[in-house]
Ligand binder design. Sequence first.
Ligand code: ADP
Ligand code: MG
Length: 292
Amino acid sequence: ATPLSITVAAGKAAGNGILIRSAEALETAHKVNTVVLDKTGTITNGTPTLTDVLPADGFDADELLALIAAAERDSEHPLATAIVAAAEDRGLDTLRSSTFESITGQGVRALVDGRTVLVGNARLLTAAGIDASILTADLEALAADGKTPMLAAIDGRPAGVVGVADTIKDGSIAAIADLAARGIDVVMMTGDNRATAAAIARQVGIARVVAEVMPEHKAREVRRLQGEGRVVGMVGDGINDAPALAQADVGSAIGTGTDVAIEASDITLISGNLGGLVTAIDLSRATMRNIR
Ligand code: ADP
Ligand code: MG
């Protein structure tokens, strides 16, 4: 492409709230045939709210929420924020933890009121040697609804399941349909539960889901798709997404996302709407068509 045509296209993109960092990104975007989308904060708004508190036998819902909120207080994860906000709303924000440990991609462990509180996914409880099978039915019911379930254990005993629900961003469904209409395969990638991810994917029209991905493995998944000969565009918002955004042929960050994700990307979608990616691909296709 001529430097002038690239500059013109980048200017048009900027007018649509799409910041393109390099000429190379504009030259590559027209070749993208697979787009990988992070779920939380990219397809969804990323501000989940607590919807369900399901204590196991022998535990009280308010007591459970108070304990897990104390455990989650020092976590910056959106799931933690949802739990703490719900406890505050219900006047259950009364306890504080004395020790706190965050286990990336799994959850948290804290000491609250002399009790050991674990909150996170099944992997977290299994790794602690806790049999959480009595919680499985509740976990599966929440996930089938597209909610993210979190398991709680107190002093080594399974204590209950809580669920949070996120909302789908305006524009996600339309953008995913637009990508498919351009012959692009769309893949959802998330650290979230497989069943939750599948339910959200169904709602937005995505057929291919890679779920329960550990943060450090997101880039590997992108590499695997490239190994199939695909030219991969990736969109993400989180610190966890940065290596995958850098690995992708064209990485796009959500403008409201973390600085680390923005720095790892070629394109920033200022408004956070996935429609910006479709516009960028269209601009690249038009630009590259004109010069051949
Ligand atoms: P995502 O790709 O959706 O941003 P993460 O890798 O951050 O996911 O987290 C993966 C999973 O680990 C979450 O769906 C949740 O089950 C569990 N998890 C992570 N952090 C927390 C936390 N602070 N509290 C409870 N569960 C957590
Ligand atoms: Mg995210």
